[in-house]
Design a protein around this ligand. Structure first.
Ligand code: NDP
Length: 480
């Protein structure tokens, strides 16, 4: 049995409680590792280590920090296969997905921010005849980074890379459901020459150790990705302490398909945007609106393609989809299929658990599911399911499509398929979301602002936005 440990002050150590939590392998439904059940005492140790390290790390030149972060990114690359296997085993995603998306992106995150910091510049404001202002951007101090289970190392590194590049010391917590690659990262950081105490990684329950990170007075900023309800709680807790907060929360993203789109490209991309990572990506499009003129053609072609999807154990090279992340999550997703039926929906395909052969017979597998016949404002179409379930709905006019697309409390991303340039501009302008993809999906440039509006979050990650979040601006005014 693998026993994970916290990484504090450059050392792997047991949690103060000496208690551990079972970690299940989604592919088999069996416990395969034990996770430290950390609490506020471990957070205190991590904060003390970070406090000691801060003067060293923050006063290092950005070029020196950059070199260490480049080495860190190369360190993950050198152990690519180990990280890929670990991510797939912990999360249930196909090995091929971890190999092509998750781990390469974690490598890129570190490399991107390692180099970005050497180009980061601040503003100056000239006052005619009077003087000049310039903005100093200093690291904040100790920051907290809390990430979810769906893209474990990808999202963990998306936060800690800019935080470290900007000169902060970090106390970070991955999801207790998928801690393994974050655990491996500690050693890679040490091997890259990162001073002890700069990066501290704690494991355990969100409600215990996560909460203690958010509540610690010396942690001045928290970058969080996770569910909207958790985000609400974090905001309530952190606001009275005037902490800087970045919240990347849930989504219920629309896909709007017009009859003038490139049909084949749209179809294959819509399969991915619906079911990649078992539909457990915050950017997946789960409400598909199709112009009525091509609704039947789309429905037939889409369902036919979905039926060909191979749900298999994550190590099967043919697997298009692996296991969902946990039994409670699988049960939640299946309960939404029942809700959809109660709300008058028709399940066109899927909707059921998949039983594989031993040793995968207790794994959390589900058929990709397509539902039609639901009102745009029913619960199935308004609440985040975060699994391999999409609904399809016809529309007649652009106005109607936009109204339905914008009707949820969420606003993370909108995907649009059309070759009408003017319409594309109009909808991009009116879509209530932080991201709009036109004739594509998940095309990512790490320089762009990333995040959502409405209940999908507050603040933006990516590029300068992240480096600005992790620095404190100070205006210096000099009179002539
Ligand atoms: P949760 O909100 O349950 O958890 C996210 C992280 O917060 C986990 O590490 C969790 O720990 C921790 N946590 C839970 N409670 C607290 C607390 N009280 N104080 C501090 N930390 C806490 O989300 P999930 O892990 O279930 O992730 C799925 C959600 O994430 C979906 O809603 C999805 O849309 C969203 N998401 C958003 C993205 C975006 O960019 N907008 C990207 C990816 C996902 P633990 O695991 O131990 O509970």
């Amino acid at each position: 049995m693998i026993k994970l440990q916290n990484f504090i002050n450059g050392n792997y150590i047991a949690p103060t409680s000496n208690e551990y939590i079972d970690n299940f392998e989604p592919a088999t439904g069996q416990v395969y590792s034990l996770i430290p059940d950390s609490d506020e005492r471990d957070v205190e140790m991590a904060v003390q280590a970070a406090e000691k390290a801060f003067p060293i790390w923050s006063k290092m030149s950005s070029e020196e920090r950059s070199k260490i972060l480049v080495k860190l990114s190369e360190g993950i690359e050198a152990r690519m296969d180990e990280f890929v296997q670990a991510e797939s085993r912990d999360n249930g995603k196909p090995v091929s997905l971890a190999a092509h998306v998750d781990i390469p992106r974690a490598v890129s995150n570190f490399h991107f921010f390692a180099t970005a910091i050497t180009h980061f510049a601040s503003e100056s404001h000239y006052m005619e005849g009077e003087g000049i202002n310039f903005t100093l951007r200093k690291p904040i101090g100790i920051v907290g980074c809390i990430s979810p289970w769906n893209l474990p190392l990808y999202l963990f590194s998306w936060k800690i890379a800019p935080a470290l590049a900007a000169g902060n010391c970090v106390v970070a917590k991955p999801s207790e459901i998928t801690p393994y690659t974050a655990y491996l990262l500690g050693q890679v950081a040490k091997d890259a020459g990162m001073p002890d105490g700069v990066l501290n990684i704690l494991h355990g329950l969100g409600s215990k150790v996560g909460d203690a990170i958010v509540k610690h007075k010396k942690i001045k900023a928290v970058s969080f990705t996770g569910g909207t309800k958790t985000g609400e709680y974090l905001a309530r807790t952190a606001a009275p302490m005037f902490k800087k907060l970045s919240l990347e929360l849930g989504g219920k993203n629309p896909v709007i398909i017009f009859d003038d789109c490139d049909f084949d490209e749209m179809l294959s991309t819509t399969i991915r945007s619906s079911f990649a990572n078992q539909g457990q990506i915050c950017l997946c499009g789960s409400r598909i609106f199709v112009q009525r003129t091509i609704y039947d053609k789309f429905k037939t072609a889409f369902v036919e393609k979905v039926n060909k999807a191979i749900v298999s154990n994550p190590t099967d090279p043919k697997a298009n989809m692996g296991a969902l992340v946990s039994l409670p999550h699988l049960e939640k997703v299946l309960s939404y299929v029942e809700l959809a039926k109660e709300e008058g929906g028709t399940v066109l395909t899927g909707g059921t658990r998949v039983q594989l052969e031993a040793p995968y017979d207790n794994g959390y597998y589900m058929r990709p599911t397509v539902i039609e016949g639901l009102a745009f404002d029913c619960r199935t179409n308004q609440e985040e399911i975060f699994g391999p379930v999409v609904t399809i709905t016809p529309f007649d006019t652009e106005e109607e499509a936009l109204m339905m697309a914008n009707s949820t409390e969420y606003g993370l991303q909108t995907t649009l398929w059309t070759n009408d340039l003017k319409r594309a501009h109009r909808i991009a302008d009116e879509a209530q979301s932080g991201i709009v993809w036109i004739n594509c999906w998940m095309v990512r440039d790490l320089r762009t602002p990333f995040g959502g509006t409405k209940s999908s979050g507050v603040g933006r990650e990516g590029g300068w936005e992240a480096l600005r979040f992790f620095t404190e601006p100070k205006n210096v005014c000099i009179k002539y």
